[in-house]
Design a protein around this ligand. Sequence first.
Ligand SMILES: Cc1ncc(C[n+]2csc(CCOP(=O)(O)OP(=O)(O)O)c2C)c(N)n1
Ligand SMILES: [Mg+2]
Length: 547
Amino acid sequence: MAPTIGDYLIARLHALGAGHVFGIPGDYVLGFYDQLVASPLKIINTCDEQGAGFAADAYARVRGLGVVCVTYCVGGLKVANPTAEAFAEKSPVVVISGAPGIKERLKDPLLHHKVREFDTQKKVFDQITVASTVLSDPQTAFQEIDRVLHAAVRFKRPVYIELPRDIIWQRGIPHHTPREVHESSDAVVLRASLAEAVARINAARKPVILADVEVHRFGLQRDLLALAERTNIPVAATILGKSVVAEHHPLYLGVYEGAMGREEVRRYVESSDCLLMPGFFMMDINLGIYTARLDPARSICVTSENLSIGHHNYEGVRLKDFLRGLVRSKLRCRAKPKLPRAKPAPPFTLADATRALTSQRLFQRLNAFLTVDTVVVADIGDCLFGAVDLSIHRGTEFLAAAYYASMGFAVPAAVGAQLANPRRRPLVLVGDGAFQMTGVELATAARNGCNPIVVVLNNDGFGTERHIHDGPYNDVAPWRFHRLPELLGTGRGWLVKTEGELDAALEEARRHTQSFCLIEVRLARLDRSPALDRLAKRLGARLRAAK
Ligand SMILES: Cc1ncc(C[n+]2csc(CCOP(=O)(O)OP(=O)(O)O)c2C)c(N)n1
Ligand SMILES: [Mg+2]
């Protein structure tokens, strides 16, 4: 007998690597929640659907597929923002929404949660996913599930599956086997593109690899490393690609972000006569808010969507085939390049324990705190700018929504990241403003045995915005963040104002592994990290020069 549609969906999600489903139920999806309870997938109830969306996004980045399951419109539309983020930053999240049954829709009644038409929510998700479906017909439901899930995995972008509540118990067609889709490159075009790329790279005096987000999403870190090590071509990463290469690797140059980043990295990358840019997207953040000077004529840009070498475009070449093809090609091995090394972070010494903390000293101390088991999860704000200078030990250990830049990502994302890989303990960096949006998801962390260390950078409001343009709208209510454990009945909190207090709190937090730790760090209102300072100064200088 064929499985029910709900069970088939669950089986496919599980087969594709998902072990958890984030969300909040409602009457339109309760039946499917019952099917989930009886399945190998574990339900993670969050405090709010937006938190579930961010958690699923982080889970997908770490594990390859994330799932969020919510009720119709009131839940679904709250997940629209994290889904938009997953789309913009290439994260394969499956959004499952319950919905009124097909039979209930006859005569177009006004059922609760309906906005305008029955397909209003579906239309919204059509804009922010790569594939979407309403499972309205048992005859086609299995194929539809296959089609949509394949798109998530193929394009590393979110998809939407709507489950009318009367469909989940119905059975699909018998003897259905999921379609395995293997897409391969056009062999002739692949050969021609590799020939041109190899010739360019071999002829180049100073080739550089600039690796971005898709290397991580398509799991090509090892291939990238093999390419670099075979040829001794140095590797820089974008902010979105930060940590695709272990940052202690001898061929690692640093984060490239135009004028926003370290000057030596900028100069090295921009003076390259052959830039290989795997998985690179020309977004303003990667381009250092358009301060980047990258010449397309000297670039080899390859993504899951297209391939261009100089001004030549090649159709039908897959990113993986191209990168692996390069590794197998006759690329010449060069002498080890002399790289402009970042000055090693000065060992953190506590000269004066009573000195008031600054953002600069905070990040110096945090740099010394990282281990190979840490995953850094940064929110938007000065915590992200400061985090760019942290030195991440192994691959895949830095998570941030640096491009879409929605505040409130970090705390729920830490829950998703830790459930996806329980061997890593998250270090969450989040501003006071962003924490007020989703920090309550620490309750979800506690409930599910997660133990992130959360550093709240409390600078009394929207600090980043104060540096751009200040006004009373950048103030936030003063919370006693460190007392959240009292409310939640678990976790530990510290309020730190001095270097000595920070030092002690971090060491205690390292030892306190049984629940979450929340370290509220008081900073001066207009304090800023060295990275944000660099950005402000460089942009200021450029603006003056342009006058
Ligand atoms: C959801 C959302 N709302 C508004 C913004 C605009 N925004 C960008 S940074 C910022 C201030 C962040 O404040 P906080 O979290 O305290 O960090 P800080 O800048 O003080 O370091 C705001 C409001 C945003 N990026 N995302
Ligand atoms: Mg702030």
